[in-house]
Each structure stands twice: as C-alpha cells, then as structure tokens.
Write a protein that binds this ligand. Structure first.
Ligand code: PLP
Length: 452
C-alpha cells in the first residue's frame, strides 16, 4: 500500500514495510525480510520481542480483567508492580503513580512537584529549569521543558517556556580543563540560572541523566551529577530525573541515577518499563512528598488508563524477566563490548567524531573534522541517509540531527538488553557496510587496513 492510500498519518511521509512479527532482537516484515532491532524501536524493547513469559502473563490477565477503574477497584497487577518498582529504586522513593507513556510521566512529575510545593506553603515556586538540548515529551507541558527548537517551534505561543541551561556538551569543548572541572563548570550554570530567576520562584530542575535522542547519549563527567544534586539541596529545589529512556536497565543499572549514587526527589520512567508490551510509564516519588499531598486532600491529577491491569501485568512480567536473567547486568557487559567495537570504527572512519554513552545507550556522531568537531553539511541529511543505508541492509538504528545550542548528526545504537556478543558482531558487520556506502557516496576517507 502506498502512503497516499493510507488513512493513517504520523510525522512525515515515510512509507515503511508492514511489520509481521518479532523474535528476540529481530523483527520481520511481511515479505520475510529480517531486521536487527538495533535501536529497540525508540529505545523501548529492552527485553526483546515476543518474550514468552510476558505474553503468557498478559494472556492470563486478559482472561481475568483488562480494565478496572482505579476509583472503583484496586488491582493486584498495579499494586504488585508498584511494590516491585519500589524495591528496585533507591530507598525513600517508595510511592509510584502509573501512566501510559513518557510525556505523561514528565507532566505528572512536574505537577506532583508543584502541588507538593503548594502544600508546603511555597506557592511562589513554579519554574522548572531544564537543559538545552533536551527532550521531555510532546505534550504542551513537556514541550515547555524540552530544549529542541525543532519540536517546540510552531507551538511556542501556546505553552509556558521554562528556563534552560546548556547541557554539558564537554566533548565539544577545546579548553585546558580536566573532565572534573568541566563537569563543575556546567553544573554551575544551574546555580547561575537559579540566581537569575530568583531562587524563590524555582520549583525543580529536570534532566535526562544520560541524553537520549536530544543529544545522542550525552554523559556528563561524574562531578556534574554530584554538584547538581548539591545545588538543588542548597536551594531547596526538587531534583527530577527524566529516566523515560535511561530507566529499566538501559544504562547498565536499573536507574541511571545509581551510577552516581544520587537519589532524585522524583523519577519519570516509561519506554523500557513496558518494553513494548504495553503503553506504560511511572512516576516514582519520595514517600513523604506523596503523604503531604494525600494529607492535603489528594493529588489533583490522573489519567483514565493509569494503572491499567493489563499494562501493569506486562510491566511486572518484564521486571521479573529482567531479574531472573540478569538482563541489567547483561546491558552493562554488552554495553562495554559494543562501545569498544563502535570506538574501533573511529580508526576506519575519520568522519566519526565521537562515540559516547553508558550501558546499551550508545551513540556515535559524524563530523567533517574530528579535531574541530565541524559538523557535516546540513543538506547531506546524514542522519537520515545513514539510517536508510543501514535499514536497506537489515539494521535499524535511530538518528537525529541535534538542534538547540549545537547541531550535529548523531546515531543511537541501542539494541535490546538481551543481546549477545555474536549478535553485536552482526550489528557491526552491517553498520560497517552501511558506513562504507555512506563514505563512498560522499567521497569521505576510509582507512582500509583497520577492520571494525
Ligand atoms: N522523556 C524522554 C527522555 C524521552 O526520550 C521521551 C521520548 O522519546 C519522552 C520523555 C516522551 O515519551 P513518550 O514519547 O512516550 O511520550
């Protein structure tokens, strides 16, 4: 069916084959062609496709009840999943609110923060400082904290633009600072922004602990995270981690926050949490904050599908599967293997400027000059061109041209966390072939004697 004949529409005209089925890290279209899901969709399918345990648990729940409105019933799957989540996150974060996706999770986190501040008599606090570039969702509230002119542009008059500080793009800096000093330099931007806004007006600081599609797996120096947490504490500002992409094991820990021993006040999760089996997200918050809200009459917020028992049964089975097979540990181990292999590509392709990320949230960036990190000509559309070259060859990767403070073509290589070393070899083989084709098209150098 051509795109013109379809009644369905998404962001752009991009006819794709019909999906037939999935199995493990692979997807198959209706013609039988196989694709490696090298980006887990949009960093979603953390435990791979068609997992038998999850399917069985969902079927069992389907036979009992697929919906029970939360004001009429509690359900075992939602209660059990909340308990499971609380057991997996840092102590103190023990209250869970379910939603159906990442944007809803971010909206919920911000509204929870605000209503909590009101219960504390801090009615002047409403600003949520976030970063540029960043991505936090597509709804009006989440657009206000999203630092991406591409997605926010036309809608700017319709939402409240929140203050932004520069994301720590240390890999672009050509200064004499140590990594630790660079981290502190970027963290200080938060203090400056708080002072500029007026500390009494600032409610929270919201950040992706490891960047997603916004920055291409951007990780800050360790010092950044600890200093950010200190600054928030100092000013009585809530720290919200948007772990929609990083949560549920993607970075090699259940939460990315664990890498730095940080306990944010609120965490937003989705994507790998439902792992593609159900539209599911969660906001996990400090117990005392939630108690204060409930004492004051309750959280003035909710979605009809919140805590849907079928979605929660899927989420619970996903977490059980992850635990039983140490899938988070595998993400850490295979993340190291894949990162080393991707870094190895820099020997062969001088036009790869940077390889970065944590666990299996990894990315590489293409440039015309590695020394200066000069970007490729915009009109090449390198991000979509290389994606197509890989797709034709049966490998799905996820790419964007970063916009907002900095522009550049980055590519996320984020396979399901169940991937094995030989399967990483399969990814590298196709990726090398696609990069060779990209280099040939644009007359870019390839250093032949080094194999990927
Ligand atoms: N936050 C982050 C960090 C994301 O990566 C995304 C989606 O890519 C979202 C929020 C929004 O999630 P959703 O598309 O499920 O609404």
């Amino acid at each position: 069916m051509s795109d013109e004949q379809s009644h369905l529409f998404y962001q752009s005209r991009q006819p794709r084959p019909f999906l037939d089925h999935g199995e493990g890290i692979y997807l198959y279209d209706e013609s039988g062609k196989r694709y490696i899901d090298g980006s887990s969709g949009a960093m979603v399918s953390n435990i791979g496709h068609s997992n038998p345990r999850v399917l069985a648990k969902m079927k069992a729940q389907m036979d009992k009840a697929t919906f029970g409105y939360r004001l009429h019933f509690r359900t075992r799957p939602s209660e059990d999943l909340a308990a499971k989540v609380a057991s997996l996150v840092p102590e103190g974060l023990n209250r869970v609110f379910f939603v159906s996706g990442g944007s809803e999770a971010v909206e919920t986190a911000m509204k929870l923060a605000r209503q909590y501040a009101v219960t504390q008599g801090q009615t002047s606090r409403w600003k949520v400082i976030s970063r540029l570039p960043s991505y936090h969702g597509a709804t009006m509230g989440s657009l206000g904290v999203t630092g991406s002119p591409l997605f926010t542009g036309p809608f700017a008059p319709m939402f409240e633009e929140m203050p932004k500080i520069a994301a720590p793009t240390c890999y672009l800096d050509r200064d004499n600072l140590t990594e630790e000093e660079r981290g502190l330099k970027y963290a200080e931007k938060l203090r400056e922004q708080i002072e500029a806004e007026g500390p009494d007006t600032v409610l929270a600081f919201l950040m992706e602990p490891v960047g997603g599609a916004s920055t291409g797996a951007l990780v800050a120096p360790d010092s950044y995270y600890t200093r950010i947490a200190e600054i928030c504490r100092e000013y009585g500002i809530l720290l919200i981690f948007d772990e929609v992409m990083t949560g549920a094991g993607r970075t090699g820990k259940f939460l990315a926050a664990e890498h730095w021993g940080i306990t944010p006040d609120i965490i937003a999760m989705s994507k790998g949490f439902g792992a593609g089996y159900a539209p599911l997200g969660a906001v996990v918050a400090r117990g005392d904050m939630v108690e204060a809200l409930l004492d004051a009459g309750g959280f003035l917020h909710g979605f009809t599908y919140a805590g849907n028992p079928l979605a929660c049964a899927a989420g619970l089975a996903v977490l059980e599967e992850m635990e039983e097979h140490d899938i988070v540990g595998n993400a850490a181990r295979m993340g190291e293997v894949l990162k080393t292999r991707l870094t190895g590509l820099m020997d062969r392709y001088p036009f790869i400027g940077d390889v970065r990320g944590k666990g299996l949230l990894l990315a590489f960036e293409l440039v015309s000059d590695r020394e200066t990190m000069k970007v490729l000509p915009k009109e090449w559309n390198a991000h979509s061109e290389l994606v197509e070259l890989a797709y034709e060859r049966g490998l799905i990767i996820y790419a964007r041209r970063t916009r907002g403070g900095y522009e550049g073509d980055h590519f996320l290589v984020c396979p399901p966390l169940i991937i094995t070393e030989p399967q990483i070899g399969e990814i590298m083989e196709i990726l090398t072939d696609a990069l060779d084709a990209f280099a040939a098209r644009h007359d870019l150098p390839v250093i032949e004697e080094v194999s990927a």
